[in-house]
Design a protein around this ligand. Structure first.
Ligand SMILES: Cc1cc2nc3c(=O)[nH]c(=O)nc-3n(C[C@H](O)[C@H](O)[C@H](O)COP(=O)(O)OP(=O)(O)OC[C@H]3O[C@@H](n4cnc5c(N)ncnc54)[C@H](O)[C@@H]3O)c2cc1C
Length: 457
């Protein structure tokens, strides 16, 4: 029997692929789903932060489709940017035509100068700031990217590495920048083109196929773990002895539960993620802006990303109403200095000022302690220290365990022992929901020594 800690998508996918009869999942919450759980409040269905599926992986698409009996909608996302009163199509770097002058021309000059800069042989990319300067030039970096990085990642670009960037930040060719300076580009450049969303029940519906038949014990919050004796204690007083353990709960929490030596505890303390306050706002009138979601670049505004729920998921909102979900971020680098209510009040005023709502019918907040892993310069070193220590208790090091992302086309190169890590926070990686599904399949294949073709769609 394999024990799994956490019934988020990673834990559920492990159980699904290993065979539910082979697994038991322990989950702290009273419901499964973790970050992809959706809940109803004030007449609307709210996800834990805006979720849409933009996976290109056919296997995941197929499993998600099966979960909801093929009942999903697929559409091209309209994404926008708000910049000091101007509305700029996304990504702004390829749509300079909409940036007010003289900044528009200054941004272009910066882009053109970057060619020289990036061609300099001594140009060394040591941080996200270096990457931005080489990609976008100094003016766009300072006015757009640096401000948004501070709002979303809660740190300055120079505090971040670049291993997480991949295709997630669009880097246009100079030609595309010039075309976008002169007018709207003919081809959309955002990495998310087509999105899929369940017709009913919010994003959580995608988890249903993974949950059916799973042995999930909810209300089981692990409070201490003895890695030597392979023993887990839960807040409800129960104790469980495992043979093999798959951990998907946040790695720093997991390490602390295991009473580590001081150097490992301090490595766990170094791992940083952002926390997020969701401000969920309903207005009693139809949609006033046509964007599915948009980014707010103004540094004096708390709103960071705004999603329009009735456009993403019409069934989640009563007809004729507007439902907006606004993300506001904090971390140990940038703690919240206002109460949740104060933040909500300010966000509502910002939505009115930006023309999203005329007035607010209802508003509630939802605090999410783990939002995004922060890829700061100490991350790899801290992970290395933690993984080395855990390898004394049955964790097998993987070639790419320090990487920010996983290449799913790589061959499976590890034979699991007693302890395996899975998921966005379990592995401390930049995982989206499709990655969590694929990690479950990878782990099952590693345990079995082969891919089980029965799961291929
Ligand atoms: C704001 C935001 C937007 C996102 N948007 C998208 C998107 O559009 N598309 C996309 O594909 N992905 C998106 N993601 C990513 C996606 O949500 C995650 O990759 C995925 O849900 C993570 O699943 P997981 O199982 O790894 O972790 P989790 O979902 O966090 O699961 C871990 C589980 O462990 C449980 N747990 C924690 N501590 C304990 C304990 N002590 N004992 C027992 N159980 C415990 C938790 O309750 C939780 O259920 C987004 C994430 C965020 C934060």
């Amino acid at each position: 029997m394999i024990t799994i800690l956490g019934a988020g998508l990673a834990g559920l996918s492990c159980s699904f692929h290993l065979g539910h009869d082979q697994c038991r999942i322990y989950e702290a919450n009273s419901y499964p789903g973790g970050h992809i759980h959706s809940r109803e409040k004030n007449g609307c269905v709210w996800d834990q932060g805006p979720h849409v599926s933009f996976t290109k992986n056919n296997y995941v698409k197929c499993l998600f489709e099966k979960s909801i009996n093929g009942e999903y909608s697929s559409y091209k996302a309209e994404v926008g940017n708000y910049f000091h009163g101007a509305w700029i199509p996304h990504p702004a770097q390829a749509n300079l035509f909409a940036v007010p002058e003289p900044l528009r021309s200054q941004c272009l000059d910066g882009f053109l100068a970057r060619v020289e800069h990036a061609a300099d042989e001594n140009h060394h990319v040591a941080s996200y700031e270096d990457w931005l300067l080489a990609a976008f030039g100094d003016v766009f970096t300072a006015e757009f990217s640096a401000v948004y990085t501070q709002k979303y990642w809660t740190v300055a670009p120079k505090q971040l590495t670049t291993d997480w960037v991949g295709g997630r930040v669009f880097r246009p060719e100079i030609d595309a920048v010039v075309k976008g300076y002169n007018g709207p580009p003919s081809v959309a450049a955002h990495y998310i083109q087509e999105v899929r969303y369940p017709n009913n029940g919010g994003y959580f519906s995608y988890a249903k196929g993974f949950i059916a038949g799973a042995n999930i014990s909810t209300g089981y919050q692990a409070t201490s773990i003895d890695l030597e004796r392979q023993e887990i204690k839960f807040a409800n007083g129960e104790l469980h002895i495992y043979e093999k353990l798959i951990n998907t709960i946040p790695l720093p929490d997991f390490v602390r539960l295991c009473s580590p030596p001081e150097n490992v505890r301090s490595a766990a303390d170094q791992l940083t993620c952002t926390s997020m306050l969701l401000v969920n706002v309903v207005a009693a009138h139809p949609t006033m802006k046509s964007y599915h979601w948009m980014y707010v670049y103004d540094e004096n505004m708390l709103s960071t990303r705004i999603s329009c729920i009735e456009l993403i998921s019409p069934s989640s909102v009563p007809a004729g109403k507007t439902a907006l979900q606004v993300e506001v971020y904090a971390s140990r680098y940038k703690p919240f200095t206002l109460s949740h209510n104060e933040i909500a009040e300010i966000v509502c005023q910002e939505l009115i000022a930006m023309g999203f709502v005329a007035s607010v019918e209802s508003c509630h907040t939802h605090y999410i302690p783990h939002a995004n892993v922060v890829f700061d310069h100490s991350r790899r070193k801290s992970l290395d220290c933690i993984f080395d220590w855990l390898s004394g208790y049955g964790l097998v090091r993987e070639d790419d365990d320090l990487d920010a992302m996983t290449d799913w086309k790589r061959e499976i190169n590890f034979a699991p022992d007693r302890l395996v890590l899975a998921g966005r926070f379990g592995q401390w990686k930049y995982f989206w929901s499709d990655d969590c599904v694929l990690r479950g399949r990878q782990i099952a294949a590693a345990f079995k020594g082969t891919f089980d073709t029965e799961y291929f769609c």
